[in-house]
Design a protein around this ligand. Structure first.
Ligand code: FO1
Length: 308
């Protein structure tokens, strides 16, 4: 069994590659939910949905999120009514949020809702939220504290960040099956997702980091950073705000207590020795994934590093 820890768009690419290289039924994906928020009265789980749509073959590869070919009629109408329209919810995507919200209001847990949605979409892999409890990434800026989606989408990651916290994380519990999956895995892949706002919240869920330290599984991470900047998104800005100079070395240091192997970009070959001195096997390759062939090649390299 292969367990994958992931956020949204960066992780979805590697997962797409993995689903072509191994039987998807072998995959258990533990997904960040600290980006979740409520808009138009609906519970939105952007990372779960990004992964779910990609697993179902519905994902919009160009945007990295949402459903391919979706339309925005409902959003246009909402805008006419004066509702918020900065978060681009497509018509089909809205159906996911309506159904999820309805089930949650009926007392169904987020993991059971996710299972139900995945079953309906014919997904063979197992997709688990990191927790059924509410955890929210809060971004502290010079202009006050805002949610991650407000920072990322509404404000285009412009405000200066002074800190990031995961509200509610101390009292949350890992979702059913998460700790068991980590212990039962032969391989665990930490996706090239934002270390502060995607992987950070997963590792902060009580019991998950400890399980990663104790599991017999090989744990392989893939960097989301090339040189001093994220491949996409604001990871480098958020690392700086957490007092860390952004680099692949810094990401590896953050995971070092769990890692067996780490994949960095060939441009960062000069960091290989420093990362290996943390007791981690390193390969340097191209970690940019645009075409499916690149996603599959990186997935194969991760699998090969685990076998070494
Ligand atoms: N990202 C954007 O940059 N702009 C959007 O309008 C946007 C809408 C959106 C709708 C549904 C969904 O599931 C994801 C969406 N995303 C959007 C992506 C998402 O907010 C981020 O990529 C993740 O939260 C970062 O992990």
């Amino acid at each position: 069994m292969i367990v994958v820890l992931t956020g949204g768009t960066g992780g979805a690419k590697l997962i797409q590659g993995l689903t072509h290289e191994v039987d998807p039924a072998q995959l258990t994906i533990i997904c960040n939910t600290a980006d979740d928020f409520v808009l138009h009265g609906l519970h939105i789980s952007p990372d779960l949905d990004t992964i779910m749509y990609h697993l179902a073959g519905l994902g919009d590869d160009a945007k990295g999120w949402g459903i391919r070919g979706d339309t925005y009629g409902a959003l246009e109408q909402l805008e006419r009514y004066g509702a918020e329209s900065w978060f681009k919810l497509g018509d089909k995507d809205l159906a996911t949020h309506i159904r999820r919200t309805e089930l949650l209001r009926n007392g169904v847990s987020l993991s059971a809702v996710t299972h139900e949605l995945c079953r309906a979409l014919g997904i063979a892999a197992r997709l688990l939220p990191m927790s059924d409890d509410r955890i929210e990434t809060r971004v502290e800026t010079g202009e006050g504290e805002i949610s991650f989606q407000e920072y990322f989408v509404r404000r285009h990651w412009r405000p200066e960040v002074t800190g990031v916290t995961y509200a509610g994380v101390e009292s949350c519990r890992a979702a059913p099956g998460v700790i068991e999956a980590i212990h039962a895995a032969a391989l665990i892949v930490i996706c090239p997702s934002n270390p502060v706002t995607s992987i950070g919240p997963i590792l902060a869920v009580p019991g998950i980091r400890h399980a990663l330290q104790k599991t017999a599984a090989q744990i392989i991470g893939v960097t989301p950073i090339i040189g001093p900047a994220a491949i996409s998104g604001p990871a480098h800005k958020l690392m700086l705000a957490m007092g860390v100079e952004p680099s692949s070395l810094a990401v590896a240091r953050g995971y070092a207590d769990c890692l067996d192997g780490f994949v960095i970009d060939a441009d960062d070959l000069s960091l290989k020795d420093a990362i290996e001195s943390l007791g981690v096997n390193v390969i340097a390759t191209s970690v940019r994934m645009n075409a499916l062939s690149e996603k599959r090649r990186l997935a194969r390299e991760v699998l090969a590093l685990a076998r070494q």
